[in-house]
Design a binder for this molecule. Structure first.
Ligand code: FAD
Length: 102
């Protein structure tokens, strides 16, 4: 999926310090176009969902990358009508439950 390639490329570019490389431009694209719900409450850049186009599945596993989960505000499909910090803590708790279950 396109979004998985963008996220993976951005991670690789950041890790390798490839500023200015085409992969870094992908990261810029994500940063400049992702809907964040505001400066103080950014969400949704790795949105969870049941479909292949969703970055993480309902158990927070990154599609297309083994043994990688995301547990922060980025997995919210849309901005919630509540405090994002509290929801982020619940997401972390749920992820811990998933890991404990194996
Ligand atoms: C000014 C302000 C006021 C806010 N007020 C409220 C409020 O009143 N109520 C509310 O519910 N929410 C509030 N929020 C939003 C809330 O803080 C966020 O929704 C919440 O913290 C998101 O959690 P997170 O885990 O996704 O990200 P973060 O809390 O940002 O956690 C990310 C962590 O990753 C670390 N990190 C980043 N890069 C790396 C790296 N390369 N390697 C290792 N670690 C790294 C960072 O240091 C940080 O500890 C506010 C936000 C801001 C900015």
């Amino acid at each position: 999926m396109m979004i998985q390639r963008i996220i993976a490329a951005a991670l690789v570019a950041a890790t390798l310090g490839l500023a200015g490389h085409a992969y870094a431009q992908d990261a810029d694209y994500v940063l400049n176009t992702a809907s964040t719900g505001g400066t103080y409450h950014p969400v949704g850049t790795a949105a969870m969902g049941p479909r292949d186009v969703n970055v993480v599945d309902p158990q927070l596993r990154v599609r297309g990358i083994n043994s990688l989960r995301v547990a922060d505000a980025s997995i919210m499909p849309t901005i919630v009508n509540a405090n994002t910090q509290a929801i982020s803590m619940v997401i972390g708790k749920r992820c811990a439950d998933f890991l404990a279950r194996g």
